[in-house]
Design a protein around this ligand. Structure first.
Ligand SMILES: *Cc1c(COP(=O)(O)O)cnc(C)c1O
Ligand SMILES: [Zn+2]
Length: 438
């Protein structure tokens, strides 16, 4: 009997399901599925040292920050090589300016923008596309606010699979679209937003035999859960008090909870960090559900935020996310676009570049500290989910008219030293960290 199988992610149901043939949901209750294992490989107490040794290895699986932890991913048949681009291995960087902005004594940022295509989606795509290949898929497809499609396109190219992306017309950043096009993916544009794009895809995928790689696909979350493992290794297995993530479709927080839960079950996690989800105010249906203590999420019809990666009104993974916060005594916050912009500037003062959706984490922390929900001396790690260059239009727009540019004509060359010296004198001093403080 296979070690890995699919099961309904709702513990109240727990029905076993066949391979992904039911529109990615439980045949009994309609909930999302998860990958479950009948048993784990032996001697988990030795895994941390095995994982550490692999870091210096030569095999692609050992160099991947996902497959290095393959004892936790025993779903591929023995002898099958994963489709990997060397994902993971994302730095954990101390961020004093961002900490000060949030009101924390210390803050650590784990930068998932440092991935092959510039977002954490690569961690899930390596597992998902490996499984697609194992199942004999010919076409992989996704609905996307951008990063899923960039990532899918790269891994599909690597695997020799055709890739189709379904995107909201005009709703995706140029950089993300350019990545997908560069990797040879084909594009379907949908009028409406992400939610309409995903609905369309779920409606046609089964008939067309397309393999959907959105976070409704449980193999995506298997890869993403390893971020929690890599983080704990970086912290020498001392868990932080809080682990903060942006919330869009809520796959990432669900994946982290699954990873942490499995580590706990294996005796590798002494204490569960409190998970914190931060949503953008214009796209915060989960925040509303959580703060009102409801039983059912009410989708938001027209989500709005400049943080396009999390512009989602009907997050598919909300029941998993709700259980994740209940299990970890978690918190949820909702931040405005202005708060996101201010947090992004604070992160940039640490020399760290992230896309707007990622900056929600620091904005949310600031709010939670002001409300007294998080302590100033807490050990906090926030995940930066995407790279700075994912949305350059945003950066240019935010900084337009800030008065920090100077223009010199060829005729002014003689006075240039004086002009430039005066210009610099008038500017505020750099806010960045002092040397050695990081
Ligand atoms: C996809 C994405 C998110 C949202 O993650 P979910 O798993 O959908 O909650 C946040 N930030 C960035 C940069 C993303 O690409
Ligand atoms: Zn079910």
């Amino acid at each position: 009997m296979d070690r890995a199988f699919l099961r309904c992610s709702d513990p109240a149901c727990g029905a076993e399901a066949g391979p992904l043939s039911h529109g990615y949901s439980c045949p009994v209750c309609g909930g999302l599925l998860e990958v479950a294992y009948r048993s784990w490989p032996e001697r988990p107490g030795e895994w941390p040292s095995i994982w550490r040794e692999r870091r210096g290895g030569l095999r692609p699986e050992d160099r991947s920050g996902v497959w290095r932890f393959r004892e936790l991913l025993p779903f591929l048949d023995e002898g099958r090589s994963p489709v990997t681009l060397g994902e993971g291995g994302n730095p954990l960087v101390e961020a004093p300016q961002a900490a000060a902005h949030a009101g924390l004594q210390r803050l650590w940022l784990k930068h998932q923008g440092n991935n092959p295509t510039g977002s954490f989606k690569d961690l899930g795509m390596t597992t998902c596309v490996s499984q697609a290949l194992a199942q004999g898929a010919g076409v992989v497809a996704c609905a996307s606010t951008g990063n899923t499609s960039s990532s899918m396109a790269a891994y599909a190219a690597r695997a020799g699979l055709r890739a189709v992306l379904v995107v909201p017309a005009g709703g995706v950043s140029g950089a993300k679209l350019a990545q997908a096009i560069d990797f040879g993916a084909h594009r379907v544009e949908v009028e409406g937003g992400f939610d309409e794009a995903l609905s369309l895809l779920r409606a046609v995928a089964q008939e067309l035999g397309w393999y959907v790689v959105n976070s409704i696909n449980p193999y995506r979350l298997e890869g993403q859960k390893t971020a929690a493992v890599e983080l704990l290794e970086q912290l020498q297995w001392r868990p932080p008090d809080y682990l903060v993530v942006p919330g869009g479709n809520l796959g990432n927080v669900s994946a982290l909870a699954k990873g942490l839960g499995e580590l706990e079950g294996l005796g590798l996690l002494p204490r569960v960090p409190r998970l914190v989800v931060v949503q953008a105010q214009g796209a915060n249906p989960f925040f509303r559900l959580w703060s009102e203590g409801g039983a059912q999420l009410t989708p938001l019809r027209e989500p709005r935020t400049r943080a396009t990666a999390i512009r989602i009104g009907n997050p598919a993974n909300w029941p998993k996310a709700q259980r994740a916060l209940e299990w970890s005594r978690g918190l949820c916050a909702s931040v405005s676009d202005d708060e996101i912009a201010a947090a992004k500037r604070a992160i940039a003062e640490d020399g760290i570049g992230a896309e707007p959706a990622s900056a929600t984490t620091v904005a949310g922390l600031r709010q939670l500290l002001l409300a007294g929900a998080v302590e100033a001396d807490a050990e906090v790690v926030a995940l930066l989910t995407g790279h700075q260059l994912k949305d350059v239009d945003y950066v240019l727009e935010q900084n337009r008219g800030q008065g920090t540019e100077m223009r010199i004509s060829p005729q002014q060359l003689g006075q240039a030293p004086g002009l430039l010296a005066h210009w610099l004198d008038e500017l505020p001093p750099p806010a960045g960290s002092s040397p050695g403080s990081a």
